[in-house]
Design a protein around this ligand. Structure first.
Ligand code: BGC
Length: 269
């Protein structure tokens, strides 16, 4: 839903970040871009069917004590292409999300309006507003390395939504980049940091060649271990960890709930 409340009226909002393995939520101070509450986390229900995900989102809102408080804006981030409130893909969740009126489903189920967007895009928004990409001119590409690879492309502070760079492919790997280079691939194949970094080198080289960015920001839970793998990478583009690490999705979702950047409002309206 596109109605926008002013940041001067709302100094806090709730962000919910739905991921392939966990659903995280928190209350966010929108001036500082920091969590005001504990971070609540529940596992993503097996199969990630819409009704089960809705129940899990209700649980995190209850745990935060905001389930009945619709004065606090609510932003929800989801790991799929999100256009006009619909989810159009489903890489690490149930196929039922493809072509699904997800925003309406959550609004009906929660009995309140929400703002709904792609998880990596909102993490990018958090880093532009409050983190590693703040004030950076030109093209910033944030990638989240988790169950999949998410991407946010931000040019001069404006988000170009739904870039989906985790699904770049190269014939020799016979799978999407995320199947080869996400953090889940490292865990699944029990790779050392150095071996995983070789895969990241391929990935970032490829993205760098395609887009010539000015800055890469690395988000997702593994960004807290950035010291273990960023040093192995050799790129023309500076590459830094997300300041908000694994909270960028929560902070960005909350921030989006209050003030919608033009590029995002155009697709979520
Ligand atoms: C999805 C993206 C999402 C990323 C990170 C990918 O598989 O296609 O939409 O941003 O995972 O969750």
């Amino acid at each position: 839903m596109a109605s926008t409340k002013s940041a001067t009226v709302n100094s806090r909002a709730v962000g919910v970040d739905i991921g392939g393995t966990g659903i995280k939520a928190g209350i966010v101070d929108l001036e500082a871009g920091e969590l005001l509450s504990d971070r609540i986390k529940v596992p993503t229900p097996p199969g990630a069917e819409p009704k089960d995900v809705l129940t899990a989102v209700m649980t995190v809102l209850e745990k935060l004590g905001v389930a009945d408080d619709d004065d606090v804006p609510l932003g929800v981030a989801f790991p799929a292409i999100v256009k006009n409130g619909r989810t159009l893909s489903a890489a690490n969740v149930s196929q039922s999300w493809i072509g699904f009126e997800a925003e309406k489903f959550f609004e009906d189920g929660l009995g309140r309006s929400i703002h709904f967007a792609n998880d990596a895009d909102v993490a990018g928004i958090a880093e532009v507003r409050y983190g590693a990409a703040k004030g950076v001119d030109g093209l910033v590409i944030l990638t989240t390395l988790g169950t999949g690879i998410g991407s946010a492309m931000i040019y001069d502070g404006v988000l170009i939504p739904n870039s989906e760079l985790g699904h770049l492919q190269r014939a020799e790997h016979k799978r999407d980049a995320e199947g080869y280079a996400a953090y889940s691939a490292m865990e699944r194949e029990e790779l050392s940091w150095e071996k995983w970094a070789k895969r990241l080198q391929w990935y970032y080289d490829y993205v760098e060649f395609l887009f010539s960015p000015d800055l890469f920001v690395v988000g997702g839970g593994v960004s807290k271990h950035a010291d273990e793998f960023l040093g192995f990478l050799s790129l023309k583009t500076p590459i830094v960890p997300a300041v908000h690490r694994n909270n960028a999705g929560i902070i960005g979702a909350a921030s989006l709930a209050v003030s919608v950047p033009e590029a995002v409002s155009a697709v979520t309206a």
